[in-house]
Design a protein. Structure first.
Ligand code: B1H
Length: 832
């Protein structure tokens, strides 16, 4: 990209280390005091821990600033291709601890705060977490930003600055209740508003034909309403490098703060109302891990952030003096699921209507620009928009989509003559019932690369939901198995293990995770195993303290910690886990001498507020917990706890404390999973089905180091095809029958036999996720877990091997694959 001359570079502005750039603890201490005084207006004598948090965060942001500006400047000067990661969600987690880690400033910050009479850990705990995502998909986007910066790739994340992130979960009488997440109420020291980087976003209205200055016939969009999107930038500092990339989140504002017409006619309230409605767009994250069907506001959110992001790319291209025809050489745009897939039609609109390109040129650029990542096979999670709603909000885009579809279906007909069923299946417009715009189809047609997120998932995609697209364009398909950042989820979350790894492997493992393999040479060293166990034990004590503080439940760190944390969903089968717990309980009650190693079962996760079955599963977990924890006959052998408000913040305490990781989804339903990888890297063993990335984890660790059970995806499909009858499994298994009866009897609900009836009936009558079909295999497999746990030396060996073989699941590996195989991206080292 050629570049315009600039008067001043960052190098001429900054010289030497000062209170804004210095890295030693004395300068940091002064910087914190300066921010307390000048930014917060506080003297140390009256400063609260939250004040110290903010002052330290601002001091650290100052230290990011020169790297951040230098990084943008270098990208601009070098003009290399930029990866743009478009995602409706970024589940970032707290920034301060991560930035200290990535800058190598933890020790200096700790010393600086100690000198001020403060404890760094207490200060870190003050940070509210930016929960701008639901679960795995949003957290994946955050891990990918970390890896992009660490690998020094020119990249930018684009998303939405939700005023309210994912709701805070509270448990009342065992039920989930939701509280709004006011994460911005104390101010956000990490973001910088850029009100000069703002774009118009049009809505509604109609389109019309006109003749341009050259006499050509063209179309234009006459919107009903216009709002503005304002950029808010957050620095994303790489680990151990000077690269500091940008996450740019868009916030909606009224284009005019008042409707002057209404204002002048005296209707002040109508004038202000338009402003309120504009700002609603970025008010709140949809708290579902499935699409909100037919919600106009959700479509508005998607279009809003996508058009701002694409307009921003055009501005960057213009600033650099790049030619519009070269757009795809300058930007690789990745669609994180279909949520940003309106981008395909929007880039066409921008190129044709606003930049005057012809259709073919615009289409070539569009397809070369976009890549599409699919994250789910569940049919109910494939996004579609009712056509009338779509036309009302985005009339020009509907015209463009019709034209894309016309040309696309001609191509389908040419490749598959006389196959009208195929044409109907592949159309961008679904015609069954009310007409729908199919966003996954738009994403596939408009992208040169389509990928799934684990090997099994990518294969199933080609064989099922996207099979027609695979038949037409096999070369577009690939797999990119997910990964997680070892910085946040190992180095930061597990300081004990980090110290042991640093000592054993040297300091480079966080950016070269394959080096974990070298741990295997220590598994036969009893002293090393003893240290490994000591680290785990301390992590379990740390979690036990947290659980006691938040639930009152006391856990013993000598017990086996068996943990399932993830969104609550029937396909993830938290209720299968519960059936096992109730089985153990029942055995203990029936045969008091029944013996097994004592276990603590922990659950965590949010249910979508409208997903009543999931909410009832939470209630059942809490009901079983209350009954079992209070029963003197089981005391000393079983405990159950539901950790409220599972979040990135408490996840960092939970993963390192697990002995056993529950990854027990119905095979074929979990696209990948990423929690499974976080547990593995922290030395947990997995009990799991052959689903998502579990398959590859088991390949890495070997069958002997993985507790496998349950039907395979093929067997699940076959059983469902034959007509699955859960009653058969009930009739053939007295223990299962007794367990279901116990739950249905009201034993766990103070005699109330109604509250869990819907769950019992669902399982015994339809059981869509084959809980009963996998029950016996699961219980038997759990007996294998207990037997293995009894041999602590062998368990420790397996734990070490799980960590050692986890290197593949670094997000660095995943991002390097995207960069090489989809984006054609080269790294650009940054020097401050
Ligand atoms: C995943 C979603 C998702 N798949 C719709 N799909 C949403 C769909 O708000 N919405 O409309 C939100 C989220 N999330 C998860 O992605 C998969 O279930 C996991 O298996 C996978 O590990 C994760 C990351 O790829």
């Amino acid at each position: 990209m050629p570049h315009a001359k600039r008067a001043t570079s960052s190098a001429t502005i900054l010289s030497g280390a000062d209170v804004r750039t210095g890295l030693d603890s004395a300068v940091l201490q002064q910087a914190v005091l300066d921010h307390l005084y000048y930014s917060l207006g506080r003297l140390p004598a009256v400063a609260t821990p939250a004040n110290y948090y903010r002052a330290l965060a601002l001091a650290i942001r100052d230290r990011l600033q020169q790297r951040w500006i230098r990084t943008s400047e270098t990208y601009f000067e070098r003009g290399r291709k930029l990866a743009c990661y478009l995602s409706a969600e970024f589940l970032l987690g707290p920034h301060l601890g991560n930035n200290l880690l990535n800058l190598g400033l933890e020790q200096a910050a700790r010393e600086a705060l100690t000198a001020l009479g403060q404890d760094l850990d207490a200060i870190l705990d003050c940070e509210p977490e930016p929960g701008l995502g639901n679960g795995g998909l949003g957290r994946l986007a955050a891990c990918y930003l970390d890896s992009l910066a660490t690998l020094q790739y020119p990249a930018i994340g684009y998303g939405i600055r939700y005023e309210f992130g994912i709701f805070a979960q509270e448990i009342r009488d065992g039920w989930q209740t939701e509280r709004t997440d006011k994460w911005l109420s104390g101010g956000n020291p990490w973001e910088i508003a850029k009100p000069d980087i703002a774009y118009e976003v049009k809505w509604g209205g109609h389109t019309e034909r006109y003749i341009d200055d050259d006499g050509a016939e063209r179309r234009r969009w006459v919107p009903y309403r216009v709002v503005r999107g304002i950029a808010y930038d957050t620095p994303i500092q790489g680990y151990g490098v000077d690269t500091c990339n940008t996450l740019r989140l868009w916030s909606a504002e009224a284009a005019e703060s008042f409707d002057f017409q209404a204002f002048n006619t005296g209707d002040y309230f109508q004038a202000v109302d338009a402003k309120l409605r504009s700002e609603t767009i970025t008010k709140v994250l949809y708290p579902n891990d499935e699409p909100a069907i037919g919600k106009r506001l959700r479509l508005a959110q998607q279009y809003f952030f996508v058009t701002c992001s694409l307009q921003d790319m055009l501005r960057i291209l213009d600033l650099a003096g790049g030619a519009i025809e070269q757009f795809a050489e300058h930007f690789a745009v990745q669609l994180n699921d279909t949520h940003p897939s309106i981008g395909v039609a929007e880039l066409m609109r921008l190129l044709i209507d606003e930049r005057g390109l012809d259709w073919d040129a615009a289409w070539t650029i569009t397809v070369a620009t976009f890549g599409y990542t699919n994250h789910t096979l569940l049919p109910e999670a494939l996004e579609t928009w009712p056509l009338p709603l779509f036309r009302e909000v985005l009339p020009r885009h509907l015209e463009i989509i019709y034209e894309i579809n016309r040309r696309f279906l001609d191509e389908v007909r040419a490749c598959f003559p006389d196959d009208s069923a195929r044409v109907a299946r592949m159309s961008l417009i679904g015609e069954a019932g009310e007409k729908q715009v199919r966003m996954a189809h738009l994403a596939c047609v408009g992208s040169h690369a389509i990928n799934g997120v684990a090997a099994l998932h990518s294969e199933l995609l080609k064989a099922s939901v996207l099979s027609d697209f695979h038949a037409l364009w096999p070369e577009r398909f690939s797999n990119k198995t997910n990964g997680v950042t070892p910085r946040r989820f190992l180095a930061l979350a597990n300081p004990g293990l980090r110290a042991l790894l640093d000592e054993t492997l040297g300091a480079s493992w966080p950016v070269d995770l394959g080096r974990l393999r070298e741990l295997e040479s220590h598994i036969d060293d009893p002293a090393f195993r003893e240290r490994w166990r000591a680290v785990k034990h301390a992590n379990k004590q740390r979690l036990a303290d947290y659980v006691q503080a938040h639930t009152g439940i006391v856990l013993d760190p000598d017990w086996l910690f068996d943990i399932q944390v993830k969104r609550i969903h029937e396909y993830k089968r938290q209720h299968l886990n519960l059936l096992h717990i109730v089985t153990l309980y029942q055995r203990l009650k029936t045969y008091p001498a029944f013996s097994f190693p004592p276990r603590a079962f922990l659950f965590g996760g949010k249910a979508a507020p409208g997903y009543f079955t999931a909410k009832r599963i939470i209630k059942l977990i809490n009901a079983v917990a209350e009954t079992i924890n209070a029963d003197p006959e089981v005391n000393g052998r079983l405990k159950v706890a539901f950790v409220p408000n599972f979040s990135v913040k408490n996840a960092q305490l939970i993963y390192p404390a697990a002995d056993l990781s529950e990854q027990i989804s119905t095979a074929g339903k979990e696209a990948s999973g990423t929690g499974n990888m976080k547990f593995m890297l922290n030395g947990a063993l997995t009990i799991g089905t052959l689903d998502g990335a579990n398959v590859e984890m088991r390949d890495e660790v070997g069958a002997e180091n993985f507790f496998l059970f349950g039907r395979t995806a093929d067997e699940v499909a076959r059983l469902q095809g034959e007509g699955y009858r859960p009653a058969d499994y009930l009739a053939g298994d007295d223990e299962l029958k007794a367990v279901m009866e116990l739950i249905g009897s009201g034993h766990f609900s103070g005699g109330d036999s109604e509250v869990f009836r819907p769950l019992v009936e669902n399982l015994t009558q339809s059981d869509p996720f084959l809980v009963l079909a996998d029950y016996a295999a699961y219980v038997a497999c759990q007996e294998g877990v207990s037997a293995a746990w009894a041999d602590q030396e062998q368990w420790t060996r397996m734990s070490i091997i799980n960590c050692a073989r986890g290197g593949k699941f670094s997000s660095d590996r995943a991002i390097a694959e995207y960069a090489r195989e989809i984006w054609g991206l080269q790294s650009v080292p940054i020097q401050v």
